[in-house]
Design a protein around this ligand. Structure first.
Ligand SMILES: Nc1nc2c(c(=O)[nH]1)N[C@H]1C(S)=C(S)[C@@H](COP(=O)(O)OP(=O)(O)OC[C@H]3O[C@@H](n4cnc5c(=O)[nH]c(N)nc54)[C@H](O)[C@@H]3O)O[C@H]1N2
Ligand SMILES: Nc1nc2c(c(=O)[nH]1)N[C@H]1C(S)=C(S)[C@@H](COP(=O)(O)OP(=O)(O)OC[C@H]3O[C@@H](n4cnc5c(=O)[nH]c(N)nc54)[C@H](O)[C@@H]3O)O[C@H]1N2
Ligand SMILES: [Mo]
Length: 676
């Protein structure tokens, strides 16, 4: 018998789709986009269509296993959950007793975006007094940059883009990483809108655009400040909006008056003509919608890129909204109290805090050392920067590693204790989105596959096994969802909690149809925001780090970008492409200079590590910039046999962004090396 049930995609993607699962004989046989979900609009990406295959594949971790071979070998023996929980409890309590709670490091991110399961480990780790993890790997710089100038303003509803005449995709590959937004762009273009893409390489979205602006990596502050300087010179900024809804503009104006065009040109990589052409387009199109991505923040000037673009948007009055006008980075639609998910009150004292980007450091050189690592909702060996160092850490004989996973990832290979995790199709949870304004609670659509347990169940059971009976450990998943809904900003007053629990789709009341949140919420845009020693108060030009390092530049002449691939979601789905090492885009002039042939398998190397890619020679990238789409596992699989070769993140650095402590994935210097 065939039935259908509604659910929500759990993947870390702005689109957070409503899905329809088709179930036959207790098994999910298909997933489709929900037609009743306004943003999903009946359509879903090709990744999620393969999810049923992932669900039942041989790569799935189906029961608890204990390592019997050498670290990283992937040789395990099957054990039962009872024994697994005993081992977890004994080892964690043992480490805490001998070395203190801080010798335990939990590592998690957003494999599952459900609020309950995403943060399910926190209460136990707070109780145990473990090291704390700063979850910075994705949007920390973007969030900090936005908050510095815009406070807690929500983004403009994506629907507003339908009436735009000029749409700017700035550091975002919409057709790959935010595909449902394309429907609005597409409809607006049918009504005459033009699409501008600002990106260091001609990505899939740029190939469909009306104008492609090839900015230098990290050159966005220079570009947006150049545009603003031009608008000020021509006196076409929105003075009324600036006077009414902002503060501190004069200081920025003074800075820009003194700012030399030569510097703006050098830093943006664009000529003055290219900058002013774009400025003229902005000036002549009132109905402008800017969609900013997170990609442009993954470098040492990432926060400043956001601060400069929002300052440009504020000077243009885009925050006032109006037909087809707006600015969207993240919607910030619903804001629940995270403490009801994480329960920090269970911690008895202050603990050290470790930026997840520094995992390599934490597992190899940190003192006092980490003795136990608990990984869930993440695949750090593939996604974390400086992964060669992570691998070195995971190989340590004196480190006890627990990995709770759905599939046999490169990280799972290094587990001492491997535990089976359920997927969203087997879970109860609540999902909010960062690309639209809807929220939904879902129930499991099938029974767990194998002996999988959700993050929530696993950590509640482990807490019980460790003898803890504080109230948070006795709560059900539904009680935690209710607590989260309790003080949530964005929930319309009229909604009934029971209806939400029953699965009703809710639209946030922080979504203003006209995109004029700043006016409706009576807030101000601050051009000058709290100057600190290393953080200027206004948007301005700053120096880049690794790309400017003369020593590294002399040894590693190429800038490497490593953005998403259409078939992967970060490293998720990597098991389908195990033999695939991915491509690297190389400009024809560079290929000639370094005698690289198209389709040649080649090493990318630097002082941190090395990986293989297939060369693709194309003018889509600029001279001196290599682009490697996708966090494929391929090379990491080879690495299990050959220790000094990993995935793309073996080349990226543990350096953090200018603000927010974010990752600098798109700022690594590398060299090309022939494989002999
Ligand atoms: N198919 C697919 N979709 C995904 C993901 C995936 O892995 N695969 N990942 C998901 C996740 S977790 C996230 S956070 C989002 C991320 O999605 P986005 O916000 O789109 O960010 P990125 O994909 O990192 O980068 C987007 C674009 O920024 C460009 N870029 C890099 N450096 C610069 C720069 O200095 N300036 C400018 N202007 N552009 C630059 C890149 O070349 C890339 O084309 O996507 C989500 N969606
Ligand atoms: N070079 C480079 N590196 C990057 C990026 C980049 O652009 N370039 N992007 C970065 C970004 S934006 C992000 S967000 C991070 C993402 O890093 P991660 O959050 O680690 O994302 P994934 O690679 O998708 O891995 C998630 C893992 O969690 C598992 N999982 C899913 N659901 C559950 C669950 O309910 N329970 C448990 N226990 N496990 C589950 C999945 O099977 C998967 O293996 O990667 C970053 N890494
Ligand atoms: Mo992300």
């Amino acid at each position: 018998m065939k039935i259908t049930k509604k659910t929500v995609c759990p993947l870390d993607c702005p689109d957070c789709c409503g899905l329809i699962a088709t179930i036959r004989d207790g098994k999910v046989v298909a997933l489709h986009g929900d037609k009743e979900h306004p943003y999903t609009n009946g359509f879903t990406c090709r990744k999620i269509r393969r999810y049923p295959e992932r669900l039942y594949s041989d790569h799935r971790v189906k029961y608890p296993q204990l390592r019997i071979g050498p670290k990283g070998s992937g040789e395990f023996k099957r054990i039962g959950w009872d024994e697994a929980l005993d081992i977890c409890a004994d080892r964690l309590a043992g480490v805490a007793k001998e070395y203190g709670g801080e010798a335990i490091l939990p590592y998690s991110y957003a494999g599952n975006m459900g609020a309950v399961n995403r943060f399910a480990g926190y209460p136990l780790f707070n109780k145990l007094g473990t090291s704390q993890l700063q979850q910075t790997i994705c949007s920390a710089a973007a969030g900090a940059g936005w908050e510095k100038q815009c406070g807690n303003l929500p983004g403009c509803p994506p629907e507003n883009c339908l009436d735009a005449k000029l749409i700017v995709a700035w550091g975002i590959n919409v057709k790959v990483s935010n595909i449902h937004f394309w429907q609005y762009i597409s409809k607006a273009r049918k009504k005459g809108a033009q699409l501008v893409v600002i990106d260091p390489y001609r990505n899939q979205t740029a190939r469909s655009a009306d104008h492609y602006v090839q900015v230098k990596p990290g050159g966005d502050a220079a570009l947006s400040l150049g545009i603003l300087k031009w608008l000020i010179e021509r006196d076409t900024i929105d003075k009324k909006f600036i006077a009414t809804h902002t503060q501190g503009f004069d200081q920025l104006k003074l800075y820009l008056n003194q700012c030399d065009w030569k510097e703006l040109v050098r830093e943006s990589g664009l000529s003055k003509i290219q900058i002013t052409k774009l400025a003229n387009l902005f000036e002549s199109t009132a109905q402008t919608f800017i969609r900013i991505g997170i990609g442009l923040t993954r470098n040492s000037r990432g926060g400043m890129a956001i601060r400069s673009i929002t300052s440009l948007a504020a000077a243009m009055g885009l925050f006032q909204g109006g037909k087809g006008r707006g600015l969207l980075l993240s919607t910030r639609a619903f804001q629940g109290k995270q403490s009801v998910l994480t329960h920090p009150e269970l911690a008895k004292h202050e603990r050290r805090s470790i930026n997840m980007i520094h995992l390599g450091h934490a597992l190899t050189t940190l003192d006092p050392p980490v003795k136990a690592l608990v990984v869930y909702n993440s695949n750090p060996l593939s996604v974390n920067p400086d992964a060669a160092m992570v691998r070195q850490g995971l190989a340590r004989e004196d480190l006890f590693t627990i990995v709770h996973e759905q599939v046999m990832t490169p990280t799972a290979y290094y587990a001492d204790l491997l535990l089976p995790a359920t997927t969203f199709l087997e879970n109860h949870d609540i999902y909010t989105a960062y690309g639209h304004f809807y929220l939904k609670v879902i129930q499991p659509v099938i029974e767990p596959v194998g002996e999988g347990r959700s993050n929530f169940d696993f950590f509640q059971q482990l807490a019980a096994r460790m003898g803890y009976d504080d109230p948070p450990f006795l709560k059900s998943c539904e009680q935690r969802i209710c607590a989260y809904l309790g003080n949530m900003k964005g929930l319309p007053e009229s909604v009934d909690i029971q209806e939400i629990l029953d699965g009703k789709l809710i639209r946030s009341d922080r979504s203003f149809p006209d995109g004029n949140a700043i006016v409706k919420l009576n807030q101000k845009y601050t051009f000058v925001a709290g100057e600190q020693a290393t953080i200027p108060g206004i948007a301005c030009l700053t120096a880049s780090q690794e790309f400017n390092d003369p020593d590294l530049r002399s040894r590693f002449p190429f800038k490497l970008l490593s953005p998403p691939h259409p078939d992967l979601l970060n490293s998720t789905f990597g098991e389908f492409y195990k033999e695939n090492i991915g491509e690297v885009l190389i400009h024809p002039d560079d290929a000639e200079k370094y005698s690289v042939n198209d389709a040649e398998e080649i090493f990318l190397v630097n002082h941190r590590g090395k990986t293989r890619r297939i060369a693709r020679i194309t003018p889509d990238t600029q001279r001196g910039v290599l682009v490697a789409e996708g966090i494929f596992w391929g090379a990491s699989e080879k690495q299990n046999r050959n220790r000094d070769e990993g995935g793309i993140n073996d080349l990226t650095s543990q350096k953090t962004t200018d603000i927010g402590g974010g990752a600098t994935f798109h700022e690594s210097l590398v060299a090309l090396q022939h494989i002999v």
